[in-house]
Design a protein around this ligand. Structure first.
Ligand SMILES: O=c1[nH]c(=O)c2[nH]c(=O)[nH]c2[nH]1
Length: 296
């Protein structure tokens, strides 16, 4: 029996687009990285070498730039939806279009006078969005990645299972640090995507800061719950939290005690790291965010 074709998709990955909007001397910008993936009835392309159903990926790239000029970029979600709706209708063979967007944030450099055209790249993570259109049905996911958080106290880890390979000492006071990747699903589309994202982000940060942590797992659930509890339009959130370990340095060889009310010195470990991942759902909601979406 000859081999058969399995799941396939194609598209243009990582089209970088900067949209500048000018209102006199006051400029605004949106800086995106857009990845398109189309799938459908594309067997003949792979099996017979017919390109009749293939919209070139080069055209997809051009469409991203042309849409940015023509429609502007209101938000990553709105721009992703414009593109996904366009591409899903691009040819009879295409059944599904998925558009992933990363947004790089810029802050204004404060300047004197009327001019407002200088920006500094904000270093607090990347906003993400994904719009998938299956025929006429579109679903939007929002999210963020690379938001680094750290608590210098209010974190303990003890009472865990121990076997003959366990060496980890129990601790009632440790550093808790992570790089947040989160993806959330909207049951109802917000009127203001940027506002909704800022509120969700704020609740994630506040819950990390405000939770007395007995484990990163517990903190994760508190962060996800804060979003579900405070944003009625969000039904599901998935979080991927690496445990960025900070171990107390052994300073005893130098006759020094490395703890006390005046602080301590930690090794900021790189690898390996714990990886804590979970989905938090509104009661009765369906789990639809793919488990590995937060890892790609
Ligand atoms: O918050 C934690 N959760 C774990 O599952 C775990 N495992 C571990 O070694 N340290 C930690 N910390």
């Amino acid at each position: 029996m000859p081999p058969t074709l399995g799941q396939n998709q194609y598209g243009k990955a990582e089209t970088r687009v900067l949209r500048v909007t000018r209102e006199g001397a006051v400029h605004r910008l949106r800086d995106l990285n857009v990845s398109v993936a189309l799938s459908g009835d594309l067997a003949e392309v792979h099996l017979a070498g017919s390109n009749a159903a293939v919209l070139p990926t080069d055209t997809m790239k051009n469409t991203v730039y042309a849409f940015a000029r023509e429609h502007g970029i209101a938000s990553p979600e709105a721009f992703g939806a414009l593109l996904a709706r366009h591409f899903v209708a691009s040819g009879p063979a295409i059944r599904r279009a998925r558009v992933r967007v990363e947004e790089y944030a810029w802050e204004r450099v404060p300047t004197t006078g009327e001019k407002a055209h200088s920006f500094v790249r904000a270093g607090n993570g990347t906003r993400t969005a994904q719009v998938t259109c299956d025929g006429g049905e579109c679903e939007t996911l929002s999210g963020l990645t690379g938001v680094t958080l750290l608590n210098t106290t209010d974190s303990e880890f003890r009472g865990y299972l121990k076997d003959r390979f366990t060496t980890l000492p129990e601790t009632g006071d440790r550093v808790l640090a992570t790089d947040v990747t989160a993806v959330w699903r909207h049951a109802a589309e917000p009127a203001d995507w940027d506002g909704s994202h800022a509120v969700a982000r704020g609740h994630l940060l506040a819950a990390f800061a405000g939770t007395y942590s007995r484990s990163l797992q517990q903190t994760l659930f508190a962060m996800g719950s804060a979003v579900i509890d405070n944003l009625p339009g969000i039904d599901e959130i998935r979080l991927s939290l690496p445990n960025k370990h900070h171990f107390l340095v052994d300073l005893e060889p130098f006759g020094m005690r490395n703890e006390g009310p005046d602080g301590a010195v930690y090794i900021a470990a790189d690898r390996p790291y714990g990886l804590i991942e979970a989905t938090v759902l509104r009661e009765g909601a369906e789990a639809r965010i793919p488990v590995d979406l937060t890892n790609t």
